[in-house]
Structure formats: structure tokens, C-alpha cells
Design a protein around this ligand. Structure first.
Ligand code: PEP
Ligand code: MN
Length: 352
């Protein structure tokens, strides 16, 4: 489903609302050059009862009709849809209507029991599955859900980063917490990752800056909500953009981060050499620091003092944070770094 060095776009309405709305969105989106798949929610997870919960199988019937129609994607292939699957029955219904691409939503990824149930339904099918990050910032749940799906799916599994619900969302509907996505990519280096700026933003004005961040972090694609009349949408009205706005967005980002070849490597060679040298020195200094920790452990032992000395640790931390501020380094980063170094030094002293 994904291709290298090209930004893949999956776009479409948050929910299928009517046959006409599905047709209008599909006609507008399928001709856009980078759009390879159309998203459209069929079963909608609503936090509170009483809202629009999706049209279920009726929506799948309309999607299948459009897949069998004369409509074509810009590369000439027939139109293809994906939707959210949240229960094993959803897998069966999708396949019955020839919908072969689906995503596991953020609420489902949070629940390994349900992921396991869905896996049973997926086993032996030819469905392509994308896995959204869980609602809570727990990388293991995300990695675990992807691994479970990988065991049963023949097709490549794709990760979708849609942001996390945290106490302070920093102005977003779901805080991006890019570090957690980087951590996921360290665990599953071969898994392509898409950014869903719509559910991160919760507001269409924040979408473009998020897309730029995703491009800087070399994401493989975007998963983005598009509606022909966003303000009238039955779900997620504030974050959907029009097909025209999507086209404009794609034009604005054209050419960014497409250079991954020799010219780039040559331009970066000198700077990378400097980074390598500095890392080498950093590790050498750390090794020296730990040797001194071992000597300190001996002295404390001879004087029957405990390894952990809270007053001294507080002085060290205050001093390093003061230096961090003088050097223009981020306080939070330096605090975490010093805490890690101190923990290792204590470990060495205790296990001496
Ligand atoms: C959606 O994509 O419409 C959706 C409900 O997503 P999430 O699981 O990210 O909330
Ligand atoms: Mn949505």
C-alpha cells in the first residue's frame, strides 16, 4: 500500500453520512494525485450515547457500489475504501462487501483482549490493517497491537499516529507526543507510519503545522479527514477540511523532504562527522565519570556513608540546571539526562 520516497495520502470523511455525501467526497478525492485510498467511518466510537454512531452495513453497501463503478483513482486503479474495525463481526462484514483495507481505532488498540478477538477474525484473510496509537501514551500497547496483527496478516501492517489523550493536551485535541511515536519506530523499524493530523489537531487551523512536523520526521504518509461541507459534518466537524483545502495543503508541502540521495549525504557529511566526534567524546567522559563513581563508592564504604546523598544530589542538579540555562539547553531535557546519569552512578555504587 505504501511506496518509498513518496508521501502516501489516505483521505476521506470522518463518517459515511449518506449515499450522496459518500459519492461527492469520493468524486472529489479520487482524482487527487497522491490519494491512494479513501477513508470513511462506518461504525463510530462515541464517548457518550445519543450521537451519530455510523450507518453500519448500509455504508459498506454504498462503498462496494462505488468500488465497482467506473470511478478511478488518479493512477487508473478502481476506487478503494478503508474503514475502522472495532469488533470481529466488522472484519466479516467488510470482507463480505470487498472492503479489504481497515484501521484499528485508538480506543480498540488500548484493549489487548479486543485486538486478540479481531486477530482471530483476520487470520487467513487478505486484509491490510492499519493500527492507530492507543488513547493513552503507552508505547507497549501500540507495539503490542501491531505485533499481534502482524502475526495473522499477510499484508504489511501500517501504524497511524493520531496523538494521545493527556491531562494537558497543549492546545491539541490529542497531544502528538512525537517521542512516543519515535519510540514505536525504534521497536518496529520496518513498519510504515502515517500521521493523522486531524485527530491530533481537533481544529482545522492546526493541521498544516502538524503535517510539517510529520514531514520533518520522515513519515510515510498522511491519514486525513476531508468532507465536502465540514461545518455540516455529523462527526468531527471542526477538524475536517474540504477537498480543495487538501489540494492546497498538498501543493504547500510539495518538494519538502523528497531529497534523500547523494547530494543530501554530501551536504551533511561534515556536520555528521562533527556529531560522531562529539558522541565519541561524550561516551568517553561518561566512562570517566563512572570510574570516579566507583572510587566514591569506596570512600563512602570506608566512612560508613550511604550511596545516596540527597543534599549533594540537589546541589549537583541545581548547578547543572543553572549551566543548562546559561548554555541555552532545555531544562527538562537536562534534568532527565542528569537523573539518568545519577541513577547509573548510584547503581554502580550499590552493586560495587
Ligand atoms: C476516526 O479515524 O474517525 C477515529 C474515530 O479515530 P480515532 O480512533 O483516532 O479516534
Ligand atoms: Mn473522526
Amino acid at each position: 500500500m505504501t511506496s518509498k520516497n513518496k508521501l502516501n495520502i489516505i483521505a476521506g470523511p470522518c463518517s459515511v453520512e449518506s449515499q450522496e455525501q459518500l459519492l461527492t467526497s469520493t468524486q472529489a478525492l479520487c482524482s487527487l494525485p497522491q490519494v491512494g485510498l479513501i477513508r470513511a467511518g462506518v461504525w463510530k466510537p462515541r464517548s457518550r450515547p445519543g450521537g451519530f454512531e455510523g450507518l453500519g452495513e448500509q455504508a459498506l453497501i454504498w462503498m462496494q457500489e462505488l468500488q465497482n463503478s467506473d470511478l478511478r483513482m488518479s493512477d487508473g486503479r478502481p476506487v478503494r475504501f478503508c474503514c475502522e474495525i472495532a469488533r470481529p463481526e466488522h472484519v466479516d462484514l467488510c470482507l463480505r462487501h470487498n472492503i479489504k483495507n481497515a484501521w484499528i481505532g485508538a480506543r480498540t488498540t488500548t484493549n489487548p483482549f479486543m485486538v486478540e478477538e479481531i486477530c482471530k477474525a483476520l487470520r487467513g484473510t487478505s486484509m491490510t490493517v492499519m493500527v492507530k496509537n492507543p488513547i493513552c501514551p503507552d508505547v507497549k500497547l501500540w507495539v503490542g497491537a501491531i505485533e499481534r496483527i502482524q502475526k495473522v496478516c499477510k499484508e504489511q501492517v501500517v501504524a497511524i499516529h493520531r496523538g494521545f489523550y493527556t491531562y494537558d493536551n497543549h492546545g491539541f485535541r490529542n497531544a502528538p507526543l512525537w517521542d512516543i511515536a519515535l519510540d514505536m519506530r525504534r521497536h518496529l523499524a520496518e513498519t510504515p507510519i502515517f500521521c493523522d493530523p486531524s485527530h491530533m489537531a481537533g481544529n482545522r487551523l492546526l493541521i498544516e503545522p502538524l503535517v510539517h512536523m510529520a514531514l520533518q520526521l520522515a513519515y510515510d504518509g498522511l491519514f486525513i479527514e476531508v468532507h465536502h461541507a465540514p461545518d455540516q459534518a455529523l462527526t468531527d466537524a471542526q477538524q475536517q477540511i474540504t477537498p480543495r483545502e487538501l489540494l492546497q495543503l498538498l501543493q504547500n508541502i510539495e518538494g519538502i523532504n523528497t531529497n534523500t540521495g547523494d547530494t543530501l549525504d554530501n551536504a551533511l557529511a561534515m556536520l555528521r562527522q562533527q556529531i560522531d566526534n562529539i558522541d565519541h567524546d561524550l561516551l568517553h567522559l561518561l566512562a570517566q565519570r563512572m570510574t570516579i563513581s566507583r572510587q566514591i563508592a569506596q570512600v563512602k564504604y570506608q566512612h560508613e556513608a550511604s550511596a545516596y546523598q540527597p543534599t549533594r544530589w540537589q546541589q549537583v542538579l541545581d548547578n547543572r540546571l543553572q549551566q543548562a540555562s546559561n548554555e541555552g539547553l532545555d531544562q527538562h531535557f537536562v534534568k532527565e539526562l542528569m537523573e539518568k546519569i545519577h541513577a547509573e552512578s548510584l547503581r554502580i555504587q550499590i552493586e560495587k
